[in-house]
Design a protein around this ligand. Structure first.
Ligand code: CTP
Length: 395
């Protein structure tokens, strides 16, 4: 199942390092070619000799030995995937900040392949804001995090932070390679975030969209090999690596950017919360207080999704979103038909944990053939994968 795949396993200093022997054995058994790089402190938990024997190649620990310089650049270029398991709190922090004081860090920083990490730490360290912040930083670099388990920890405490079992890491790896190239050669247009409609030079009409869902979709598309253009409204998110970003502010700019890209796209996913109305007049100077009520006349904006729905060719896939507060399913299906989309992703503001700003979302997907796919509350990254799994069948 992993035949021909080259995997660079990084082992850092955590008690879970003893499981890396089983992990190497399972990866080799699945057909992968494995090389191991360890941090010096990992060698206190498991011997390099064990891992060299199981991987059938010499495990690397030092940047230099008495007679040679170990080529960290070639390790990262050789691999199809680098997995760091276990990932200790210390190595996580170094990765987030770019420290390069050992061979594992040098290999990580020079790796040109995708990188996945399987964290392992005690429950209190796991939930510490700095740990979570560092993990988010890694994800913003495009690194994948293999989820930790809940269970008994080395300290004797029960909680989150247990490294995924070697079998789970191998399954994750098989799945990674299966889905990795499912969108290779496809051009995907994505909109994300809010739009800001100017009232005057200092004021605008906006909304609470964080852009997190669209950015997660862009990241997932890129991971699956697609060429991604992300038309983004004003958000405070790091740009996903390898994605072409077109920054826009208003609904009109988003409309124009989408129209310029759509004819070249195989798939368009419209997740932005586009303003439906824009001030008819944009005052050139700051509007002054007059002591009486005032009103702003609004003009309807062009509907990007509906415009693309009308332009769409047979071989293009169009995906819309629907954020509803009542009659969710009925409204979503009506939107799907009215805007001539192939799929509509419904998130309801009535579901706690779903919608603007949160890191999680709960969705249902409806397709034009009348099928419905319901999902439980998940992280936006997982939701992005669910959406792409459904769409990929239609490509
Ligand atoms: N959309 C769009 N252009 C607009 C408004 C919406 O492309 N001017 C897209 C959104 O990106 C989303 C879908 O249409 O994919 C549905 O957006 P939503 O705001 O839920 O629907 P509206 O058509 O605005 O309908 P309403 O506000 O009446 O629910």
């Amino acid at each position: 199942m992993l035949k021909g795949k080259k995997i660079l396993l990084g082992v850092s200093g955590s008690i879970a390092a003893y499981k890396s022997a089983i992990l190497v054995r399972l990866l080799v058994k699945a057909g992968a070619e494995v090389k191991v790089v360890m941090t010096p402190s990992a060698t206190s938990f498991i011997s390099p000799l064990t891992l060299s024997t199981l991987s059938r190649t010499q495990t690397v620990v030092e940047l230099t030995s008495q007679h040679e310089w170990n080529n960290h650049v070639m390790l990262g270029r050789w691999a199809d995937l680098m997995i760091i398991a276990p990932l200790s709190c210390n190595t996580l922090s170094k990765m987030a900040h770019g420290n390069c004081d050992n061979m594992l860090m040098a290999a990580y920083l020079s790796a040109t392949c995708p990188v996945a990490v399987a964290p392992a730490m005690d429950a209190d360290m796991w939930i510490h804001p700095s740990t979570q912040k560092n993990l988010t930083t890694l994800q913003s670099f495009g690194n994948s995090v293999i989820p930790v388990n809940h269970g008994e920890l080395a300290s004797g405490l029960i909680g989150e932070g247990r490294m995924a079992e070697p079998e789970e890491i191998v399954n994750w790896t098989i799945h990674f390679f299966q889905k990795k190239l499912s969108l290779q050669g496809k051009k995907i247009l994505i909109t994300a975030g809010p739009t800001f409609e100017k009232i005057d030079p200092v004021r605008f009409i906006g909304n609470n969209s964080s852009g997190k869902m669209g950015y997660a979709i862009a990241e997932e598309c890129r991971m699956r090999g697609a060429e991604v253009t992300l038309v983004s409204g004003p958000v405070s998110l790091a740009s996903p690596s390898g994605v072409k970003i077109v920054d826009v502010t208003s609904a009109k700019e988003m409309y124009e950017a989408c129209l310029a890209e759509f004819s070249m796209s195989d798939i368009a996913i419209m997740s932005a919360a586009v303003a439906d109305y824009t001030p008819t007049e944009n005052a050139k100077q700051k509007i002054k207080k007059t002591g009486t009520d005032m009103s702003i006349t609004l003009t309807e904006t062009a509907d990007i999704l509906a415009t693309l729905g009308n332009m769409k060719k047979e071989n293009q896939i169009l995906v819309g979103f629907a954020l509803e507060t009542e009659n969710e399913k009925k409204n979503a299906i009506e939107k799907l038909k009215r805007k001539k989309a192939d799929f509509i992703v419904l998130n309801s503001l009535q579901d706690s944990g779903a919608g603007f700003g949160s890191d999680t979302n709960k969705i249902s997907i409806f397709d034009k053939d009348g099928n419905e796919f319901d999902f439980p509350l998940k992280s936006k990254k997982e939701v992005a994968a669910d959406i792409l799994n459904i769409i990929s069948h239609a490509v």
